[in-house]
Write a protein that binds this ligand. Structure first.
Ligand code: PLP
Length: 387
């Protein structure tokens, strides 16, 4: 299989990074379940010497993800947060990192509870407002960490505008691209230095693996990240790498169906008398719609909505009464999930803070799967009728 980087996304998803196994002709990359590799003479080997450092199944996945993000390098980790950890360890006490104020909870915990005590400084602002960013750009700023769309409010941040704003400076722009996936959004093409994924979500796509990845065009960053893997060991196992490689092969068609189903559900919810607001970047009245239309190929499979009756109990009843949508944290799998941030993923945020950021009591988040749309709509219809 000789794929070229200018081939279509689907072709790259199926083939990039992979070759039939030279020892058997197996068309699919085997699970190289080994900890070490034989050397013919000291230091003479076939590219791998110890499996913490590298493994052929992992290398195939890295090549595949790099192609999908239009990057020179991909580096994979044992989880999304492990990949963030590997990046942050390259900054030093006194360095300031600017990030969004509705950041993924695990990222926020890592920044404030693990790294702040070591002297790194973080500031959390609304990055969809570039004038706020301008005010924060003091000389100690070394990195901007952003997610777009954000979780769970689905705010849109302009990757190109922020990259342009700091281009020529030493400030790194790093994008957590978990919600959009490279099928919908390619941050490196928009000027970012690095893109990070929780491959646990859409990239894996089947809710059966935990993983993380970073893609970059910088040789220096690739070297730093490989050094972190070698030194601290947050490497994905061969079985997990294989599951992820199987996942990426259908990423493009899964994303098409996620987006198509989400569009239909948005239209159903928008017309429902018990629904107050529907937050979806594909809606023309969404404040980030124009930017999303520019930087994304489509608007994704995540939807957030609030109820006219903004009580915790009503929302809790609703999310407990669906039959097809499963009540669970996480997102991005083939199956549809429903979640209540105020009592689940974002329960640790005090109510007053929650309200200030727009995270209402009745806010409900959907990760729309790839089931038949008629069944998904009927399920929400019956749950809303009982709410
Ligand atoms: C899940 C998630 C992470 C963390 O990834 P894990 O694989 O769970 O460690 C980071 N960012 C976003 C946006 C996520 O959804």
């Amino acid at each position: 299989m000789k794929v070229k980087s200018d081939m279509g996304f689907g072709t790259l998803a199926v083939h990039a990074g992979q070759q039939p196994d030279p020892s058997s002709g197996a068309i699919m990359t085997p699970i190289y379940q080994t900890s070490t590799y034989v050397q013919s003479r000291p230091g003479v080997h076939q590219g791998h010497d110890y499996a913490r450092v590298s493994n052929p199944t992992r290398s195939a996945l890295q090549g595949n993800l790099a192609a999908l993000e239009n990057a020179k390098h991909g580096v994979c980790f044992s989880s999304g947060v492990a990949s963030i950890d590997a990046i942050i360890k390259n900054y030093r006490p006194g360095d300031k990192i600017i990030s969004t104020n509705d950041l993924y909870g695990g990222t926020f915990r890592l920044f404030t509870q693990v790294f702040e005590p070591f002297g790194l400084k973080f500031s959390f602002i609304d990055l969809s407002d570039l004038s706020q960013l301008e005010k924060e750009l003091t000389p100690d700023v070394k990195m901007i960490w952003l997610e777009t769309p954000t979780n769970p409010l689905l705010r849109i941040i302009d990757i190109k505008a922020i990259s342009d704003m700091v281009s020529g400076s030493e400030i790194d722009v790093i994008v957590d691209n978990t919600f959009a996936t490279p099928y919908l959004q390619r941050p490196l093409d928009l000027g970012a230095n690095m893109v990070m994924h929780s491959t646990t979500k859409y990239i894996g796509g089947h809710s059966d693996v935990i993983g993380g990845a970073i893609c970059t065009n910088s040789d220096e960053w690739e070297e730093k990240l490989m050094f972190q893997i070698k030194s601290t060991g947050a490497a994905p196992g061969p079985m997990d790498s294989w599951l992820l490689l199987r996942g990426t092969k259908t990423l493009h068609i899964r994303m098409q169906r996620h987006c198509e189903n989400a569009r239909a559900i948005v239209s159903f919810l928008s017309d429902h008398p018990k629904v107050d607001r529907v937050l979806y970047p594909g809606l023309p009245d969404h404040p980030g719609h124009e930017i999303a239309a520019r930087q994304m190929k489509d608007f994704g499979g995540m939807i957030t909505f609030t109820l006219k009756n903004d009580s915790l109990a009503t929302a809790e009843n609703l999310v407990s009464s669906t039959n097809v949508f499963a009540l669970a944290e996480s997102l991005g799998g083939v199956e549809s999930l429903i979640e209540h941030p105020a009592s689940m993923t974002h329960a640790s945020i005090p109510e007053e803070e929650r309200m200030k950021t727009g995270l209402n009591n009745s806010l409900i988040r959907l990760s729309v799967g790839i089931e038949d749309i008629e069944d998904l709509v009927a399920d929400l219809d019956q749950a809303l009728a009982g709410a």
